[in-house]
Ligand binder design. Structure first.
Ligand code: BG6
Ligand code: MG
Length: 222
């Protein structure tokens, strides 16, 4: 139950793309365009494999799925091209890109005395945060520019806990990616999956959206 998870902790840690902001679809669109440049089609089933992981790791997954490899310098060039496509799509982002219930959930958490943090693998988080104007809702923000290893490595979550001055076991993470949940669990944190239970089978609890979670959280007996 969500209540059992949240009652025993002091800090809530949120992923950005696909949890707070509706931007996971832009990562997918940008990868699709890059693959088309290379003469390939993206398979919608690959979408879950791209979530949460760093840029180069996502590219390597797409190449491996097609049985190809490139020298590292070529991979960097391709990842930069994908990023340019992605950043162009981010020009569309405004407050309307906040996913339903997300900021309501974070506000309610703050009201109830929880520390709040954002932990995202993205190196573009600052663009989304500025456009949606949500920085002040979080006590701590850790992004992909501050860590060496990306999810499923636990580094980003351990750094977040350190900056929150909270023990990992006193944090619950909200994640839409299998890789993110892996990272949170390796860090010793509990994790709420945002999405489908059959995809996020490694989560401690799964809910379809923060809009549903806010209904549970808003009710005293959730
Ligand atoms: C994560 C996304 O938040 O950030 C991944 O879920 C993405 O899909 C990763 O690959 C890195 O993002 P960026 O913006 O630095 O390429
Ligand atoms: Mg995500």
């Amino acid at each position: 139950m969500l209540k059992n998870l949240l009652d025993s902790v002091e800090a809530l840690v949120f992923d950005l793309d696909g949890v707070i902001a509706d931007t996971a679809k832009f990562h997918y669109e940008a990868w699709k365009r890059l693959l088309e440049d290379l003469g390939f089609q993206i398979d919608p089933n690959e979408s879950e494999q791209l979530k949460g992981v760093g840029r180069i790791q996502a590219l390597e997954t797409l190449l491996t799925n097609r049985g190809i490899d490139f020298p590292y310098s070529k991979k960097v060039e391709l990842a930069e091209r994908k990023n340019a496509y992605y950043v162009k799509l981010l020009s569309l982002v405004d407050e309307g890109f906040l996913l339903p219930g997300g900021m309501e959930f974070v506000s309610l958490a703050k009201e109830r005395g929880y520390k709040t943090a954002l932990a995202t693998a993205s190196k573009n988080a600052h663009i989304i945060l500025n456009k949606t104007r949500i920085c002040s809702y979080f006590d701590v923000i850790v992004d992909g520019t501050m860590v060496k290893r990306t999810k499923p490595d636990p580094e980003i979550f351990l750094l977040t806990a350190k900056r929150l001055k909270a023990k990992p076991e006193k944090c619950v993470v909200f994640e839409d990616a299998y890789a993110g949940i892996e990272g949170a669990k390796k860090a010793g944190m509990k994790c709420v999956g945002i999405g489908k239970p059959e995809v996020l089978s490694n989560a401690d609890f799964v809910v379809d959206s923060l809009a549903s979670a806010v209904k549970m959280f808003g009710n005293e007996h959730y």
